[in-house]
Design a protein around this ligand. Structure first.
Ligand code: B1M
Length: 215
């Protein structure tokens, strides 16, 4: 198989053997981030489709996720970094009840490499933990990720909690994850949240939003 297809196959099949050799080969003429965005994410997309249509069972999805994580860890040191530092702080979490973190961790990498201070508090985080971290680290922005449809409801509840605690003016919020839509965030949630709430389709939009919100 050609290299790109081989790498996608490794994600889909959850096959780690030989992964690093293939990634090293890909790095010879492709920037690390392009390998993630164009090749590896395409593999994860297929995994999602196979799982969604019942052609792939959960343990295999988990294996694919592990391979994806290993690949990103291998590529991370090869990603471009700016010299900028201390551009602002974001607390990043996957919301309560949701374990999906590959996207959140990519957002962490992209923002960190571009001079933001990222406080990544992990998965299944209740709003109280998010707010504690935001206060402790004097966050400029709160970022929430969630991939389950259920998580879109939790995000709404979290925004309501911020309203109730009169914290909306302090914390612009960036939301991301596959179950969200731009309209849900920028219309429905925008209507209820008393601060700024924005939708990031991918990690780069997250970066652009951070630059805009903090400027
Ligand atoms: Co799950 N899962 N999963 N899963 N899983 C989905 C999300 C699903 C759509 C699959 C499907 O049915 N086709 C489906 C949700 C359906 C729904 O809610 N309607 C689903 C399900 C059902 C489940 C379980 C319930 C299955 C079960 O137990 N029966 C279970 C849930 C457990 C829980 O959360 N409580 C479950 C478990 C798992 C695994 C553990 C096996 C594994 C996760 C491993 C891990 O993350 N450590 C897993 C995986 C891998 C997936 C799919 C296949 C791939 C997700 C992924 O990593 N994509 C997924 C299918 C899909 O998404 N279509 C699926 C790659 C990643 C880079 O993309 O996270 O979208 P994503 O991030 C993007 C953008 O969204 C954005 O930037 C990223 C880069 O571009 N972004 C942000 C994300 N967060 C952001 C935050 C920002 C900014 C941008 O700022 C704050």
């Amino acid at each position: 198989l050609p290299l790109e297809e081989r790498l996608q196959r490794r994600i889909i099949d959850g096959e780690k053997n030989g992964l690093e050799d293939d990634l090293a080969e890909a790095l010879r003429d492709t920037p690390a981030l392009d390998i993630v965005n164009n090749t590896l994410l395409a593999g994860m997309k297929v995994v999602g489709e196979l799982f969604g249509s019942g052609q792939m069972q959960l343990p295999f999805v988990l294996q694919s996720a592990e391979v994806m994580k290993s690949a990103v860890a291998y590529l991370e040191p090869h990603m471009e970094k700016t010299d900028a530092e201390g551009k602002g702080t974001i607390v990043l979490a996957t919301v309560r009840g949701d374990v999906h973190d590959i996207g959140k961790n990519l957002v962490d990498i992209i923002l960190s490499n571009n001079g933001f201070n990222v406080v990544n508090i992990g998965i299944k985080q209740p709003v109280s933990a998010i707010l504690d971290a935001a206060e402790e680290h004097k966050a400029d922005v709160i970022g929430m990720s969630g991939l389950l449809v259920k998580s879109t409801v939790i995000m709404k509840e979290n925004l309501e909690e911020l309203n109730q605690r009169k914290l909306a003016a302090d914390y612009p919020v960036i939301l991301g994850g596959a179950a969200l839509t731009r309209a849900y965030v920028e219309q429905d949630l925008h209507e209820i949240y008393e601060g700024e709430v924005r939708y990031a389709r991918d990690a780069f939009e997250g970066l652009r939003l951070m630059d805009a919100l903090i400027a």
